[in-house]
Design a protein around this ligand. Structure first.
Ligand SMILES: [Zn+2]
Length: 276
């Protein structure tokens, strides 16, 4: 599944080909993704692209009269291709650009989304999002403030750190892989109660989340296939992980066996020696 670093890399990959261009029209072969593709997108006719950005795991294309919100779902990918590139089975949307190229969306499992809105701020997908993990707004005082609020409630504290980090209202874009990896690198056990973390641990954790994500974005930028290639494979990058997906393999730090548990329906990987 594309996580924040892949979405950021996709965004950076397609941006230079889109900004300032005009979408002549769209070509939609499968209008039913996670939700139906917005009619405005299906009916595009000479639309100017002003900018491309990312918010959480959404790619936002700003047009002269609104926004396209793209989510890559479980298996979506975006490529820039020559306009006459034949479509294959899982290619669902082409935006035809005045440059002679297309932006093509491919998504075998069709859990992605292509929606149009004229107001981003009020859009239900955007309105309850927490801060970006790489922004200055996501810092230890912010996290300490949230935890203080939890402590002042009457039922403070069944909240567990790993699912809490994956809550978009706390911070956006920390998916399962990066929650597991960040907690490992911060030496924090994934089952710790949120309110049990001390200030030093929060400082380390916030710093680690940023470092792990930035490292991955950097690796993505160097290992990801060129966005203008047409080999049809999505460019998700494999990377060197410490715990995620490594059940029963040995910890790269202490040599102990990596363990696996379920938390809020998601699989968590951790090392019980390194993480306390
Ligand atoms: Zn270990």
């Amino acid at each position: 599944m594309p996580e924040l670093p892949e979405v950021e890399t996709s965004c950076r990959g397609i941006s230079p080909h889109l900004i300032g261009r005009t979408i002549i029209r769209s070509r939609v072969s499968q209008p039913q993704l996670r939700w139906p593709i917005s009619n405005e997108i299906i009916q595009f006719d000479s639309v100017k692209i002003e900018s491309v950005s990312r918010r959480a795991k959404y790619i936002l294309i700003k047009l002269d009269f609104g926004w396209i919100i793209i989510h890559l779902g479980m298996s979506g990918s975006l490529r820039i291709l020559p306009i006459d590139t034949p479509t294959q089975k899982h290619d669902h949307i082409d935006l035809l650009l005045d440059s002679g190229f297309i932006l093509r969306y491919t998504d075998p499992r069709r859990f992605g989304a292509w929606l149009f809105t004229d107001s981003l701020a009020n859009h239900p997908l955007m309105s309850h999002l927490g801060p970006e993990p790489l922004s200055d707004e996501f810092n230890s005082s912010y996290v300490i403030g949230l935890i203080k609020k939890l402590q002042s409630r009457t039922t403070p504290s069944s909240l567990v750190i790993k699912p809490w980090l994956m809550d978009n209202k706390v911070v956006v874009g920390v998916g399962n892989i990066y929650a597991c990896e960040s907690l490992f690198e911060a030496n924090i056990h994934p089952s710790r109660k949120v309110i049990s973390l001390d200030e030093k641990e929060i400082n380390i954790l916030v710093h680690t989340i940023k470092t792990v994500l930035m490292r991955s974005i950097k690796e993505g930028g160097t290992t990801l296939r060129d966005f203008t290639q047409s080999d049809g494979k999505p460019g998700y990058f494999a990377q060197r992980l410490f715990v995620y997906g490594r059940k029963n393999e040995t910890c790269r730090i202490c040599g102990h066996m990596i363990e696996q548990i379920k938390q809020s329906q998601r699989t968590t990987f951790f090392c019980s020696i390194c993480q306390k």
